[in-house]
Design a binder for this molecule. Structure first.
Ligand code: FES
Ligand code: FES
Length: 160
């Protein structure tokens, strides 16, 4: 007999706004942000915890939303790529990815930026090794990573 999926109320803060949604107990955080909240900046890549495309921040720490249950985030502050712009203006880190060609096809970019954002909050002047370590779980098939590292370095020194 097929088991019915139970729903229960999920309360959390998403990009600074309190939300309360009926969410299936097995709903993944990735599907919560993309489908329940309609924030499609967070990308589904491998869907198995291997590529980092789905990275969001949970209480300021990077989390792979494709392998995180939404209900595990009850009471937390979840941040997605949509949270970084302010009144239509890209953040310094987002601009740096654009200016320094850290984004080509762009599919990995939201996850890369959220992982880098967590690093820069924790360590505003990271070494190259810090940046490489922070982004080690994020795969990019286009850039060869050098431009991504340069973009994070540029954002850290206040450019562009
Ligand atoms: S889609 Fe989540 S790690 Fe690849
Ligand atoms: S820019 Fe295409 S996968 Fe990274």
């Amino acid at each position: 007999m097929k088991k019915s999926t139970m729903k229960s109320i999920l309360r959390l803060i998403l990009n600074g706004r309190e939300r309360e949604d009926a969410a299936a107990d097995n709903l993944l955080l990735l599907d919560y942000v993309r489908e329940t909240a309609g924030l499609t900046g967070t990308k589904r890549g491998c869907d198995g915890g291997e590529c980092g495309a789905c990275t969001v921040l949970v209480d300021g720490k990077p989390a792979l939303s494709c392998i995180t249950l939404a209900h595990r985030c009850a009471g937390t502050h979840v941040e997605t790529i949509e949270s970084l712009e302010s009144e239509g203006r890209l953040s310094r880190l987002q601009r740096a990815f654009h200016e320094y060609l850290g984004s080509q096809c762009g599919y990995c970019t939201p996850g890369m930026i959220m992982a880098a954002e967590a690093l820069l909050r924790r360590k505003p002047a990271p070494s190259e090794a810090d940046i490489r370590a922070a982004l080690a779980g994020n795969i990019c098939r286009c850039t060869g990573y050098v431009k991504i590292i340069e973009a994070v370095q540029a954002a850290a020194r206040g450019a562009p």
